[in-house]
Write a protein that binds this ligand. Structure first.
Ligand SMILES: *[C@@H]1O[C@H](CO)[C@@H](O)[C@H](O)[C@H]1NC(C)=O
Ligand SMILES: *[C@@H]1O[C@H](CO)[C@@H](O)[C@H](O)[C@H]1NC(C)=O
Ligand SMILES: *[C@@H]1O[C@H](CO)[C@@H](O)[C@H](O)[C@H]1NC(C)=O
Ligand SMILES: *[C@@H]1O[C@H](CO)[C@@H](O)[C@H](O)[C@H]1NC(C)=O
Ligand SMILES: *[C@@H]1O[C@H](CO)[C@@H](O)[C@H](O)[C@H]1NC(C)=O
Ligand SMILES: *[C@@H]1O[C@H](CO)[C@@H](O)[C@H](O)[C@H]1NC(C)=O
Length: 467
């Protein structure tokens, strides 16, 4: 009886000892895991501080301004839109804490064609304002894909933080993203980069949204992602949770845009830049096309479903979406407005003609394509005038940074915004952008696609009056 008790006690103390060992080992394992996590976090891409703004506290009562640059030599009236220069100045005046800019180009101070051109003035004023942000204690952060920009060097000297993203290493594409974030409250997305031509001789279109920290919070996550890719030549296999998209096609942001109800989300390209839940541009375009019932109007500098990485290939994604829509939806009206120039690939015409052919006779759909005429430079070259990039349908708009060209969509970085609104409301963004499209479509600067005339670009032009 006694012996049984003794061995029992021994067993119990042995058990306690092995429990101690277990605890020690467990603690060691925990330490190791923590260490490994720390090491990994160093290569992970973290999100930025979000200033305590959360999905619960952010503002969704927003004001929207459509901005355009219309060159002086075109007689096209502003249509419920504001000049781009005025829109950007308003944003800069509002800035109290921070301005964050991503732009594919930095050429505000024109040097090439003589900086005393009257058209170059707006660019210089904008550059001057950006340089003087520091004196108002407003921080300026810029993300760029340019390695050798004297203008960015100049901004750095005046206090800006500039981060370089090596797109060549990351996706062998280009950083074509073009947007502004101001005070994490206001934003601009559009075709106009930081280039004096965007404020003078080019036709540009963009959207400015004020007082909209919910949408800006989400766009800022894309800025954060770029910011942290500084000089990286690989992408992390795991993205930080703070880069996860807040809104997407299945969870749209419900907001009020200048008094009208709307739903919105941000999309991004290329695919490898999209962390969890982030919509890819191509998915956003697909969704907008699929939801269209009566019309789809597309304004893009270029339409070319081709890839030319190692060898030239047909890139079918968008072309197929349009074909499917034309074939399946009765009475669908599709209009494509392309900006013409020397660089316009002649195959563009063939692709558009092939889409148009789908609707001949048997189907009740219609596809029309027009070219926005080019400007004839003093050296005889024909350059594009319009860089507008948007699509408007009966229910939604999509405004993005990329041309509808396979090569760009697959490899270059860009962002897009989708806004969905019911047309029964007054004065919606969807209606206003439709009006902008129709104004351009019916202006005397467009030419209908003609299969017998090659090249369609060269017949009518706008003379260059800048020299
Ligand atoms: C901005 O949004 C906030 C919160 O929704 C609202 O209280 C405020 O009035 C708005 N400001 C402007 C100028 O619209
Ligand atoms: C633009 O460039 C000229 C000379 O290249 C320089 O004198 C001028 O200060 C620049 N303007 C701005 C706003 O930086
Ligand atoms: C960088 O730019 C300067 C002038 O802005 C030019 O002289 C130089 O060749 C450029 N360097 C490279 C590597 O492109
Ligand atoms: C960008 O990446 C490419 C390819 O990895 C490399 O050759 C180039 O030097 C990098 N550029 C910079 C400025 O780091
Ligand atoms: C591929 O196409 C782009 C324009 O779409 C052009 O800039 C580039 O030079 C082309 N690359 C090759 C290898 O042909
Ligand atoms: C649109 O505006 C007109 C007058 O401006 C008004 O009569 C009408 O009720 C409005 N419709 C809606 C749906 O708000």
């Amino acid at each position: 009886m006694l012996r049984i008790l003794q061995t029992g006690q021994e067993e119990i103390s042995g058990l306690a000892e092995s429990q101690h060992k277990c605890i020690v080992i467990f603690a060691l394992v925990c330490c190791c895991a923590l260490l490994i996590a720390l090491i990994f976090s160093a290569v992970d891409v973290w999100g930025d501080d979000e200033d305590g703004i959360t999905v619960e506290t952010c503002s969704r009562t927003c004001r929207v301004v459509l901005v355009e640059n219309i060159p002086e030599d075109l007689s096209i009236p502003y249509k419920d839109t504001v000049s781009l220069t005025a829109g950007l100045h308003e944003l800069l005046e509002k800035a109290r804490r921070s301005v964050e800019i991503v732009s594919p180009r930095w050429a505000l101070n024109s040097t090439k064609s003589g900086s005393n051109l009257p058209q170059a003035k707006q660019g210089q004023i904008l550059l001057h304002q950006l340089k003087s942000l520091r004196s108002r204690s407003v921080s300026l952060r810029v993300v760029s894909g340019l390695t050798n920009s004297s203008e960015l060097d100049e901004l750095t000297r005046s206090g800006a933080d500039v981060h370089y993203v090596n797109m060549t290493a990351l996706s062998r594409g280009q950083l074509n993203s073009c947007f502004w974030l101001v005070d994490r409250k206001h934003m601009y997305i559009g075709s106009a980069g930081m280039d004096w031509r965007s404020l003078s001789t080019m036709k540009e279109f963009g959207i400015i949204i004020h007082n909209c920290s919910c949408l800006v919070l989400d766009l800022h996550r894309i800025f954060s992602l770029y910011w942290q890719l500084q000089y990286k030549d690989f992408l992390p296999s795991i993205w930080s949770k703070r880069l996860t998209a807040l809104y997407n096609k299945d969870k749209m942001l419900q907001l009020s845009l200048s008094g009208a109800e709307a739903e919105a989300y941000i999309s991004s390209s290329p695919d490898i830049f999209c962390p969890k839940d982030r919509m890819k541009d191509i998915e956003a375009i697909k969704r907008v096309i699929q939801e269209a019932k009566t019309f789809i109007y597309i304004s893009t500098p270029n339409y070319l479903p081709m890839l030319n990485r190692t060898k030239t290939k047909y890139w079918s994604l968008i072309d197929n979406m349009l074909r499917e829509a034309l074939v399946l939806k009765a009475r669908l009206e599709v209009r494509v407005l392309i900006s013409c120039g020397d660089e316009t690939e002649p195959l563009t015409r063939n692709f558009l003609w092939s889409l148009k052919a789908l609707c001949v006779e048997s189907l009740r759909c219609s596809l029309e394509a027009k070219f926005f005429v080019p400007r004839e430079q003093s050296d005889g070259r024909l350059s594009r005038i319009s860089r507008s990039r948007f699509m408007v349908t009966d229910s939604s708009v999509y405004l993005g940074n990329l041309d509808w060209v396979g090569q760009e969509m697959a490899f270059s970085a860009g962002v897009g915004v989708v806004i969905r609104q019911r047309l029964a409301q007054n004065n919606t963004v969807v209606e206003r952008m439709k009006a902008v499209f129709e104004r351009d479509w019916h202006s005397h600067y467009t030419k209908t696609l003609d299969p017998n005339k090659i090249p369609v670009c060269s017949t009518h032009t706008v003379k260059d009056t800048s020299v």
